[in-house]
Design a protein around this ligand. Sequence first.
Ligand code: PMV
Length: 339
Amino acid sequence: MIIESESPSNIALVKYWGKHGLQLPLNPSVSFTLEKAKSITKVEWVDSETFGFNFSFEGGAKPSFEPKLQKFFERISELAPELEHAHLKIDSSNTFPHSSGIASSASAFSALAIAIAEGLRVKRGEQDIDITLASKMARLGSGSACRSVFPKLGFWGEHKDVKGSSNHFAIDVSAYMHPVFQTYRDTILLVDEGVKSVSSTAGHALMEKHVFRKNRIDQAFDNAQQMMNILSKGELNDFVDLVEREALTLHALMMSAQQPYLLMRPGTVAIIEEVRAFRRDTETPVCFTLDAGANVHLLYPENVEQKVNTWVNEVLSAYCNKRYLCDQVGNGPRWKSSV
Ligand code: PMV
């Protein structure tokens, strides 16, 4: 059987930061699913006595990914017992530059989890792919990956005000989205394309004994509920405030950890100041957010795209060596299989 899948990256509006148990989040998170920054994965599934896999990235060997994949397959073995008798030949590639500093684990693990869920569907003789199962498996590869299996807006983490929410998988909350957010744009400014000095895994671990741990968890529960409200009502000013607060809080948590560290670069700070000045001077509802790195995501509605593009070209591109990607809220993953 051959399975081909594609899955996008996502950008969190309320950030998942800190985990416990087997990749369970300390707090709920919500993200826009992107459209263009995606991973494309091909899996050749061959029946075999015992489990095994080969992995290549863009056609070439990638030994550094193998331990991560090994761990992923161990973790999903209970969810996908059929793999015990499968050999998988996996090839993956990204539509965005390989070492651009864009988190590729979310798109990579969601694309792989979807391919496996599709393989399981065929083996089990089922009509429809089990997308919740795909989300659970993606989570076991990389937490944030579990939100990428859904179109437009994914919510992960149990929250009393969000029906059906769970720590084990993300859910599709796109039905709650005001139309203005359904075509939202994301320009990703590549400030630093190098490998991060501190990985997300190490960052999550620092939340265990973080002095602000409890306050952050309480705040994230409140923010997740507020964000859902804002997203459903289409309140752009409140969106700008909350998205930027979440981004700065994430980085403040890194800077105030037991072993503090800083992932923003001078270009990151300069862009943040430019965004605030541009918004004040032109009343354009553009805001910034950051993931665990130096790159800046600019989020804005479709109707100001021209204006923002001109400004990015004329002003912001100087801070990122003219390296940026134009993305937007997207329709989630795609897959197909042939036996
Ligand atoms: O999925 P991980 O372990 O790479 O963690 C990602 C964490 C953030 O990107 C900073 C926030 C998020 O919710 O995506």
